[in-house]
Structure formats: structure tokens, C-alpha cells
Ligand binder design. Sequence first.
Ligand SMILES: C[S@@+](CC[C@H](N)C(=O)[O-])C[C@H]1O[C@@H](n2cnc3c(N)ncnc32)[C@H](O)[C@@H]1O
Length: 185
Amino acid sequence: MNEILNDTLLELEKTQHDFWNVSRSTGNFLNMLVKIRNARSVLEIGTSNGYSGLWFLDALKVTKGHLTTIEYYDKRQSIARANFDKCGFAGMYTPILGSACDILDKLPSDKMYDFVLIDANKREYVRNFELIKPHLLPNAIIAADNVNSHREKVQTYLDAVMNDEDFQTEILDLPAGLAISYKCK
Ligand SMILES: C[S@@+](CC[C@H](N)C(=O)[O-])C[C@H]1O[C@@H](n2cnc3c(N)ncnc32)[C@H](O)[C@@H]1O
């Protein structure tokens, strides 16, 4: 990891709770998973200030991939873009401003992803899942954060993904709880 990226991540960790970022261990784990999967097309639902996006972009440099990231607060998106560019990731990402469900609902049918992080409105996780399903490549991975910290709000999502025969799911005991679902088909 380059020095500017490392310093930026450490700086962002000081305001982690204000921006609802994933934990450092979750970011590191997501980074590893992208490399293990050799994911090239990552979709992030919930950009915030770009903390998790930086972990993705660092891995996507290795896989030569691209990040698409959705956020509905323009101020947060601007901060994220500045963080991405400062760390040398210009041209490697597409920020989309707007409400996640509206955007997912209008995705062109040929837009496909091999890795998705669901990390925006907790009550919309299940709808995010339904909308993203047709856009998943075989053997895609879905990560969903906060499944332990916000269990009640995300229970409909967990029920849906765990009862879906196309997916194999495990909840990892990382801070806040991270559900990892593997699209077996
Ligand atoms: C938990 S934070 C994302 C943290 C980020 N993944 C990280 O770890 O750095 C959730 C973000 O999603 C945004 N958000 C919430 N509901 C949304 C929605 N329906 N559509 C798009 N963005 C949304 C919030 O503004 C917030 O910045």
C-alpha cells in the first residue's frame, strides 16, 4: 500500500463514526476478498467519504478493475472523490449520485458486477438485493455490513439471501457483522 493511501486511511479512521465507515479490519478483509475473487467490477452501495472505496480501489489496482459507487449526499460524494483522486485512483471509479434503489432499478441490463457491497439504508438491503440480482456475474460475492449491529433492520435481507438457493451465505464476526454471500451459479 502506498504511503499517501495509508496516511489517508489512518486520517479517515479518526472520524470513522461520523461517516459510518466500515472498520479497518472489514476494509482489509474486503480488499483481500476482491483480490481472491479477482473481481474486476465492484459496485458499492453507500460511498460516504470514500473510506471503504479506498480499500476497494487499492485491490482493484491489482485486479485491473473498476469501482462504481452510489451515494445520495453530494457533499459526501465530493469528499470521497477528493480522497480517491488524492490517493492516485482517478479514472478507476464512477461515482453515482442519487438514491440507490432508483439507480439500481434503472441499471442497463448489460451492467454486470462480480462484487457488491451493500452498506447504505439498512431497511433497503433486501430491495438492493432484489434489484442487483439480475446484474451479478457467476460466482459473484455480495458483502453486507452492519448485519449484527443493525440485525432487526436487515433481517429481511438475511432471510432473503439465506433462503435463496443460488447463494451460500455466512455471517462473519467482524465489527458490526459482515454477511458474505457467494453466488454459486
Ligand atoms: C454506512 S455509510 C457508508 C460507509 C462506506 N461504505 C464506508 O465504509 O466508507 C452509508 C452511506 O450511504 C448513504 N445512503 C443512505 N441511504 C442511501 C440511499 N438510499 N441511497 C444512496 N445512498 C444512501 C449515506 O448518505 C451514507 O453516506
